[in-house]
Each structure stands twice: as C-alpha cells, then as structure tokens.
Design a protein around this ligand. Structure first.
Ligand SMILES: Cc1cc2nc3c(=O)[nH]c(=O)nc-3n(C[C@H](O)[C@H](O)[C@H](O)COP(=O)(O)OP(=O)(O)OC[C@H]3O[C@@H](n4cnc5c(N)ncnc54)[C@H](O)[C@@H]3O)c2cc1C
Length: 393
C-alpha cells in the first residue's frame, strides 16, 4: 500500500513567475485531483496491471482531454503552457494516466480537429472531450516501429466504403477505446488516416499482457480483418507521413512536460526520505554522496523545466519546430529515467517497494523513453536538423 501523497513541487529558479494566474490555477486543480483520485489507488492498479477506468470521468472533468481544442468543439481553448502543466501533473501521478490523456488529446482529437471534415469534428470531438468516447492511435506495426513509413496496413476502394486489412501493435488505450485513428496505405501507397469504430465487423483489440512498465495503462493490438470502413470515416485533410508525425509532435511536447513531473515526484520523495532516514547516527541527506545525487537531480529538473517552458512559448507562437520538440522529449525522458534510478538508490531497499512511487515511475519511464520516438531516433532528428544530413539509413 502506498504511503500518503506529500508531494511538494520543486521550483528552484522561481519559474512560477513566468506563469499566468490561469496557468497556476489549472496546475493546482489537476494537482489536487491527482492527489485525491490517482495517488491513493495507482499503486494497487499498477501491481495488478489494470487500468483504472473509473478515472476517465475525472480526467475529462479536469479538462485533460484536448485542452487546446477550441471550445466550439468541446475543448477548453487553452494554450500550450497550460497543456504542458496538465501533463506534468498527471505524470507526476503516473505515466499511464498521462498517456491516456495524451493519446486522447494529441493523438485522437488533434488529428480529427486538424485534418477532419466539419462533420467528423462535430460528431467526435465533443464526445471525446467529455470522455463519452475514448480513442486510440494506431501507427506502430509488428514490423514497423521507428520506421512507420514502411507500414503494410492498407485499404482498397470498394465504392461507398474501403476494405481495411492489417494489424497495429503496442497501442495505448486500445483494449477499451471506442474509436481508433488508424494510419494505413491506399492503393497508391499513400498514407491516410481513418476513423475505425468498435463494433465494425472484423475489427478486434486484443490486450497486450506481461508488461513490466506502464502496468496501469491498457495496451493492445488493433487487428483489421476485411473491415468495411465507410468513406466518410477517412480524414480528408491529409496524405503522407506528415499527418501522423504532426500528431506525435503534439504528444511528444506533452511527454516533455510529463516526464519532468515524474522526475519531480522522484526528487521530492528522495529528498524527504534522505532527510528522515538515519544511518551512522545522521540523516543520510548529510552525506556528500547523497547530496551529490540530490543536487544533480534538482539541477537537471530545473534545466528541463526551463527548456519545456521556452518550448511552450514557441509553440504558443507557432514557432516550435519538430526538431525542437524532439530535443525536449529526449532530454526530459533521459533526465527523468536517470533521476528515478538515482532516487531508487537513495531509498535503499524501500525504493523497490510500492510504498513509494519511485520504482513505479522508473519502470514507466522505460516505456516513455521508447515510445513516440526512441531516445536514439530523437538524437538522429537533432543530428539531421543541425547537419542537414540524415543518418537514418
Ligand atoms: C507501452 C507502449 C505504448 C505504446 N503506445 C503506442 C500507441 O498508442 N500508438 C502507436 O502507434 N505506437 C505505440 N507504441 C509504440 C512505440 O511508439 C514504438 O515502440 C517505438 O516507436 C519504437 O518502435 P519499436 O518498439 O518497434 O522499436 P524499433 O524501431 O525496432 O527499435 C529498436 C531499437 O533500434 C533503434 N533504431 C531503430 N532505427 C534506428 C536507426 N535508424 N538508427 C539507429 N538506431 C535505430 C531504436 O532506437 C531502438 O533502440 C507504444 C509502445 C509502448 C512500449
């Protein structure tokens, strides 16, 4: 059983002064929701490898589903700093809970809003914002992860509908999603986005079992066996890989903030523990080796907070490049997973138990550093951006 959530947010460089009152209110309301609704139950669900579906309505009420979507489609019309702060607070609770919100907002609502027809926007977005409908995003395939352009899932034109065949794997929210935004190739090998609804014949979503990471998040496959998808379910506004990549850009931005939330929780837990735990008649926080760990943690957290904040400003101005988002995602995940590992050591044996959130964060972050572009792939994106030369192939 997890101990009480005593989280206190580190703000070493007084970054709150860069936020508006609205930003701080939004952050506080999500933080309080996480303390009241997520922290008391998350360890138990994680241990049982179950997604706490009862949290979906709370996530929707807290405005965490597509907060940047305009109000006329059910969103809150908030800016990207507000979105980032929400993701930070959710992942401070658990990466799986943040993943659910990221997928719903950035990977399902974003493409429907950006590339969908007016009818599709009106039909799906308001219900996705309230959680009445839940969505998932199908890009990765068994044979194509880092290289999604090679996908083999495809569809044929049959007049009023298309016939979809193929399979996606590692899909967050798949086991309970009502709709899936699926990326597949048409007869000319052009990548298109389709909205596939649960209940369509030949569409199934088997759950992926046996994960040691993101255990409180539901992951599954999407299997399409001659699924008849009405043509009005094809997103009209795009062709090619830039469609799914633009969705990932939005989600990766949220991950950059989110993982630093998890890092802040690990640091806060380790600092409190180090001040209370006595060995050799002294708090372990008084030993230089432990101070080194803690001092490096807060330094890296502060650097990442600044990077995220600046990226948010650029995003609000429409000036953030995908490569800048890649740098922030990579930096934040790497920072967070290292901080989680160091915090685990500071807690000694207690660090491996569910009484503290550290080991859960550490294992979750092993997924987050891999999904939405691996650590290596984001480095290659930076390399290509600064040299003009691709090292992908
Ligand atoms: C828990 C979880 C949830 C996920 N949720 C979703 C989801 O909702 N939707 C979705 O579509 N996908 C999802 N994914 C999939 C995720 O995005 C992929 O796992 C990720 O893109 C990496 O693909 P891969 O696992 O096939 O690894 P691979 O692409 O096989 O990579 C294996 C290794 O090779 C390296 N590598 C690959 N290419 C190169 C290269 N050119 N140069 C150097 N190194 C290279 C990689 O960095 C990595 O270290 C999820 C994954 C996980 C684990």
């Amino acid at each position: 059983m997890a101990s009480q959530d005593l989280f206190q947010s580190p703000d070493y460089y007084l970054l709150d002064e860069l936020l508006t009152e609205e930003h701080k209110l939004i952050r506080e309301s999500v933080r309080q929701w996480v303390k009241a609704s997520v922290s008391p139950i998350i360890e138990d669900y994680c241990q049982r490898a179950e997604f706490p579906t009862q949290l979906l309505s709370g996530l929707a009420d807290a405005g965490c589903f597509g907060p940047f979507i305009p109000q006329e489609y059910g969103g809150a019309g908030l800016d990207y700093i507000a979105y980032g702060l929400m993701m930070q607070e959710l992942e401070r609770g658990d990466s799986g809970i943040r993943s659910t919100a990221s997928v719903q907002g950035s990977l399902v609502m974003f493409p429907i809003f950006t590339f969908g027809s007016e009818e599709q926007k009106k039909k799906y977005l308001p219900k996705l914002a309230t959680g009445e409908l839940m969505g998932c995003f199908g890009l990765t395939e068994p044979g194509h992860g880092s290289d999604p352009g090679g996908m083999v899932t495809h569809f044929e034109d049959k007049g009023s509908y298309v016939l979809l065949n193929g399979a996606k794997m590692w899909i967050s929210n798949a086991p309970f999603a009502d709709i899936a935004v699926v990326w597949a190739k048409d007869e000319e090998s052009r990548i298109r986005g389709l909205i596939v609804e649960r209940g369509m014949e030949g569409f199934s979503t088997p759950e992926t079992k046996g994960k040691w990471s993101l255990r409180a998040s539901a992951t599954g496959e999407l299997v399409f066996d001659h699924v008849k998808v009405p043509k009005e379910n094809i997103l009209p506004g795009l062709e090619g890989l830039k469609g799914p990549l633009s969705c990932l850009d939005s989600a990766r931005y949220g991950i950059a903030w989110g993982t630093i939330g998890a890092a802040m929780d690990c640091y806060d837990t380790a600092l409190r523990y180090a001040k209370e735990r006595v060995q050799f008649d002294k708090p372990i926080a008084s030993f230089q080796l432990q101070q080194k760990k803690l001092a490096e943690m807060i330094t890296e957290i502060t650097k990442a907070q600044l990077l995220n904040w600046r990226l948010g400003v650029l995003k609000n101005e429409g000036r953030a490049s995908p490569a800048q988002v890649s740098m922030a995602k990579r930096n934040a995940c790497f920072t967070a997973v290292n901080i989680a590992r160091e915090a685990r050591q500071i807690l000694g044996g207690m660090g491996i138990t569910g009484e503290y959130p550290v080991m859960r964060h550490m294992m979750n972050l092993e997924s987050v550093i891999t999904y939405e572009g691996t650590h290596d792939i984001h480095l290659l994106i930076t390399g290509q951006d600064i040299t003009g030369l691709s090292a992908f192939k």
